[in-house]
Ligand binder design. Structure first.
Ligand SMILES: Cc1ncc(COP(=O)(O)O)c(C=O)c1O
Length: 394
């Protein structure tokens, strides 16, 4: 039991290299300590106006409308399904990881009839397969997980399948929860109707909010056909309240402060530079891990820049390895889940990442594996990472 004098509940600071939650920069932590304000008053209006304006730059949308919901990412995907899908609608869902499976479940629970396009985990369906499914099914929508965090796969043909969906008049809905702010996703250019973004991933925020950007066409549809199955996630209410720079329900104000600060940090760095930083960091990880004799789990064409999934060498136990890495080296990484449990570990390469924490992570991995009897050449690892990390050191 935790008592008033027992502070064991408060963890010591570690390097959190999970694919969410990620390390939260001091600036963002401090922003959350600001005083409480009236969510129907001028201070909130000013805060929310800035959030809407700045986040549109990240979504790369001029015509889209952004809403912010106080819920974790799952709430954002649930909102997407409940607002777009009506009973009997055909919806195409590429499935190549656990979040694709979950997407199928969301669409089914909204009453949709799902046309799955599957690929083994570690790969992704060819765009031609998705196009075929769109054409043959008469789909109302395509729901895609852009970066499936469970195998560490980014769907690199999102632009192509989005175009194919538009050709058959289908809405395109994208779960970008784990990748928003860390890889390319120009909403207007790629013709995406709805992008769902997460907080505790590439935006380096604490968990608890989700941002959704909606195209004008889909906004009109939702405003004319609000969902009857939900109040909290009825986006037509959020559109109405956006007009007065408010949220229909009580927003998680400290996380709104944090979001505003995170958006400032992204725009100060520059979105393109930030995406390039994630790409270089991913290059450093993949080349270093391969130099150490470890095998990335995902085929090169669809490898994620924000989740680095690595196969365990034979004989290494997932729980023992991660416990050692955490306790002895102060680095926290994730295991696999679902069918990948025990087979892979995953490094979050998201948000507040730098050559220093990448190097600490690599050395921790080398140290923990060495302790478990796996020979790892740490200097070969660092040499392989060097060219990628050099541009990030200035
Ligand atoms: C791709 C993807 N979708 C949805 C979710 C669910 O988000 P949350 O755990 O914030 O509810 C996650 C979380 O890891 C995710 O990575």
């Amino acid at each position: 039991m935790v008592t008033a004098t027992d502070n064991s509940f408060y963890p010591r600071r570690k390097l959190v290299m999970l694919p969410g939650p990620t390390n939260v920069p001091e600036r963002i932590l401090l922003a959350m300590a600001r005083p409480m304000i009236n969510h129907r008053g001028p201070e909130f209006h000013q805060l929310y106006e800035g959030i809407l304006r700045k986040s549109k730059e990240l979504f790369r949308t001029k015509e889209g409308e952004v809403v912010v919901i106080s819920a974790s990412g799952t709430g954002g995907v649930e909102a997407a399904a409940l607002n777009v899908v009506r009973p009997g609608d055909k919806v195409v869902v590429p499935v190549f990881g656990e979040f694709g499976e979950r997407m199928v479940e969301h669409v089914k629970r909204a009453g949709g009839s799902v046309v799955e396009v599957r690929a083994p985990y570690g790969t992704a369906p060819e765009p031609s397969e998705v196009e075929r499914a769109l054409k043959s099914s008469g789909a109302k929508a395509l729901f895609v997980v852009y970066n499936d965090t469970s195998p560490g796969v980014t769907y690199r043909w999102l632009r192509d399948v989005s175009r194919a969906a538009k050709d058959v008049g289908a809405f395109v809905v994208v779960d970008a929860i784990s990748v928003f702010g860390g890889d390319e996703l120009p909403q207007d250019d790629w013709g995406i109707d709805m992008v769902v973004a997460g907080a505790q991933k590439c935006l380096s925020l604490p968990p608890g909010i989700t941002l959704i950007s909606v195209s004008r066409e889909l906004k009109d549809y939702i405003s004319r056909n609000p969902p009857s199955t939900t109040i909290y996630f009825d986006l037509s209410k959020y559109f109405e309240f956006n007009k007065k720079l408010e949220i229909p329900f009580t927003p998680a104000i400290p996380i709104f402060y944090a979001l505003d600060e995170s958006l400032n940090m992204v725009l100060e760095e520059g979105l393109d530079k930030r995406i390039e930083r994630h790409r270089l960091a991913a290059g450093a990880y993949y080349s270093a891990l391969e130099a150490a004799g470890l095998k990335p789990f995902v085929e090169p064409r669809v490898r994620s820049n924000v989740v680095i999934a690595v196969q365990y060498p034979p004989g290494v136990d997932d729980a023992v390895f991660r416990d050692l890495l955490d306790r002895k080296f102060g680095v926290v990484v994730a295991g696999g889940f679902g069918s990948l449990r025990g087979k892979i570990f995953r490094i979050g390469n998201m948000g507040d990442i730098s050559p220093i924490n990448i190097t600490q992570t690599l050395l921790g991995i080398a140290g923990a594996l060495s302790d478990l009897g796996v020979r790892v050449d740490a200097s070969a690892m660092l040499a392989a990472a060097r060219d990628y990390l050099k541009p990030l050191m200035s």
